[in-house]
Design a protein around this ligand. Structure first.
Ligand code: GUN
Length: 293
């Protein structure tokens, strides 16, 4: 069994990005600039956004954090999105989700100029992904593809089961695994809450990507010997022994599943760091106008 070290790969990619930014600056170019909008004080969102800002520093990017209280109106938020769409200094921006209930997340997502949508959530980017055109890729699935690439994991013709059908992980993950390039070229099955015989589906899989948000859902008896297991779960479970009062729990029963695997990602230190790095890659691409001229 080989542990996939997402933290180490992420550190390596950040240093590659930082070196490229140095080159851009030396050539008189513009420093890539990412803006993050954070509404309210959700604990998870606070952590994610702080990590994104820190990663920008490590990559040599400019970053701006815009904070609003949870009572901001949809209209005010949309006005800010419009302003950022038209600000030539801003290469890419994200609106951290979830948003308070009175704000329509889809409306906000669609208001973002797809050429600055470094989250890859805008329907133009999602659509272009599904037909294999260059686009901003959703960060978590793209981070997983990078791990598969860097660990030389064979995906061609392999059976891949994606557990979960969310718009930001499950669906784009399935698109990428079935794309006509490598990593990709896999035979993909997407399982969800209405799937029958999920154990049988998983037992056939060479690669399982668990993204349901259910702690320890994937048990050893659901995994075949030699499978590759990627754990996207990051549920916060109470833990009085931690200073924070919680720990992150993956969707995989790691202790019992790991001995059966050829490769497996840990939680934390697997997919999580790669998600942030993928956002950095998208920001660099946005700064270079490489996807949309
Ligand atoms: N909430 C959870 N993950 C994400 C993400 O990747 N981007 C944004 N904007 N919000 C999130």
């Amino acid at each position: 069994m080989q542990l996939i070290d997402g933290k180490a790969v992420a550190a390596q990619i950040k240093s590659e990005i930082a070196a490229e930014v140095k080159g851009i600056m030396a050539g008189g170019g513009k420093r890539p600039h990412l803006v993050a909008i954070l509404v309210g004080h959700d604990g998870g969102s606070e952590t994610y956004v702080a990590n994104k800002v820190k990663a920008c520093e490590e990559c040599g990017f400019k970053s701006t954090l815009i904070r609003y209280e949870a009572d901001i109106t949809e209209e005010q938020l949309l006005a800010k999105v419009d302003e950022l769409n038209n600000d030539a200094d801003v290469d890419g921006f994200i609106v951290q989700l979830p948003l308070p209930k009175h704000i329509d997340e889809q409306k906000v997502t669609e208001a973002i100029d797809y050429r600055k949508d470094v989250d890859g959530f805008h329907p133009v980017n999602v659509g272009r992904l599904s037909i294999g055109l260059p686009c901003f890729l959703s960060a978590t699935p793209n981070g997983i593809m990078e791990l598969l690439r860097r660990y030389n994991i064979d995906t061609k013709g392999k059976k891949c089961v994606v557990l979960g059908r969310s718009n930001i992980v499950g669906k784009p993950m399935a698109s990428l695994m079935m794309q006509k390039s490598l990593p990709g070229d896999a035979t993909v099955t997407v399982c969800h809450s209405h799937t029958q015989n999920i154990t049988e589906e998983c037992l056939q899989a060479d690669i399982i990507i668990a993204a349901l948000g259910q702690p320890h859902f994937l048990k050893a008896e659901m995994v075949k010997e030699g499978a590759v297991v990627i754990d996207v779960g990051t549920t916060r479970v109470p833990d009085a022994t931690r200073k924070s009062g919680f720990r992150l729990c993956g969707d995989v029963d790691f202790e019992n599943v790991a001995p059966k695997c050829s490769f497996i990602t840990p939680v934390p230190g697997g997919v999580g760091p790669m998600t942030i790095v993928s956002l950095m890659k998208n920001t660099l691409l946005a700064g270079k106008h490489e996807i949309y001229k």
